[in-house]
Design a protein around this ligand. Sequence first.
Ligand code: ADP
Ligand code: MG
Length: 347
Amino acid sequence: MKRCFSFLCIGLFLILSGCGAPTVGDVGAVRQLFAMDTLMQITLYGAYQEEAAEAATAEINRLERLLSRTRSDSQISALNAHAGDGVSIPLDPATFELLSLAQDCTKETDHAFDMTIAPLMDAWGFGGQQYQVPSREELQSLLLLVDGEKLLLDPETSTGRLADPGMSIDLGAIAKGYTARRLLALLASYEIDSAKLELGGNITALGTRYDGQPWRIAVRDPKAADSYLCVLPLVDATASTSGGYERYFEQDGVTYHHIIDPATGFPADSGVLSVTVISADAVQNDAFSTALFIMGADQAVAFWQEHEGFEFILAKADGTVLVTEGLEEDLEFRGAENGYTCEIVRR
Ligand code: ADP
Ligand code: MG
C-alpha cells in the first residue's frame, strides 16, 4: 500500500510538472486559413494571443483583397486593368509599400524576380486558365511586356500605374513574405514575442517556442513530399522555399512548372529542384527564393557572395545540396538516405 502510494505521488508529480508538456496557457492561439492560394497556419503565444490571432487573420484577408490579381476588385486588378491608359490608381499604404519593395527586388536580382511576369503566367495557364505550352513567337511578344521598372509609383500621391498596355502584375512570389512582415508588426502591438507563421512556402519564426527552445523547420525533399532534406532551428527569421514541384503540368512527357524565367519566357530550367532562403527579411527572402531558383546554382552562389544578410539551401537535380556556411553549424542534413550529398558553400 505504501509502495502504491509513492508510485501515485511520482505519477501525480509527473503530471503536474507536465514532463515538459505545455500547460493550458501554453497551447497558444492557432488559426488555419486558406488565403493567397495556399494553406496558412499561425501559432501565437502571449497574454493577448486570441486578440492577436483575430487581428492577424483579418490582416491576412485584408491583404489578399488588396493584392490578389484574380479578384476583380483588388488594387492589383485595378492597376492591371488600366495598364498603359495613363490612369493612376490610388494605393493603400500596404500595396504601395509592397510594390516598391518588389521593384527593389526586381532591380537587385537583375530581373530574375520580376513582378510583371503575369502575362507569361497567363500564357502558360498558371493564372487559372487551361494549362498549355505557348508558341515561341507568343512568348517572345509577351516578354516585351515584362519589365518591373515600368511600374510608375508616385510616393507624393501614393498612386501607381503600369506604363504599357498589356502589362500586368502578379505578386505570387512576394506577397506571402510581405504578409509575414505586416503580421510581425501587428503582433508586436499585441506584445506577442513567440510565434510561428506558416504562410505556404514561407515560414517565419518570431522569438523561440513557448518553452524557450528554438522553433524548428524541415526542408522537404523536392522529389518526395514525405522525406526531408534537412532540419534546422529558426529564431527571429524566415525560411522561404521555391520549388518546381509546387505547381506544374505535364505535356508530351515534359514537365512545366510555375516559376518562369523572365529571360526566356519558359519555366526556369536551371538544374535546380528547390531553393530555401533564410534571413530576417521576410519580403526579400520570398523574392530571392524565386530569383535564386531561376538563376541556377552558380549564379545563386555568386549572388550570395555579393549580398550580405541571407543564407540558402539549394537542391540541384544532380543530387547535390548546397548549404551556405552560415547554416553549417545548426543544420541537420537528412538527405543522405535519399541519395543527396551536402556541400558547404563559403564566401
Ligand atoms: P510559391 O508561391 O509556390 O511558394 P514562389 O515564391 O517561388 O513559390 O512563387 C511562385 C509564384 O511567383 C508563381 O506562382 C507566380 O505567381 C510568381 N512568379 C513566377 N515566376 C516569377 C518571376 N520570375 N518573378 C516573379 N514572380 C514570379
Ligand atoms: Mg518566392
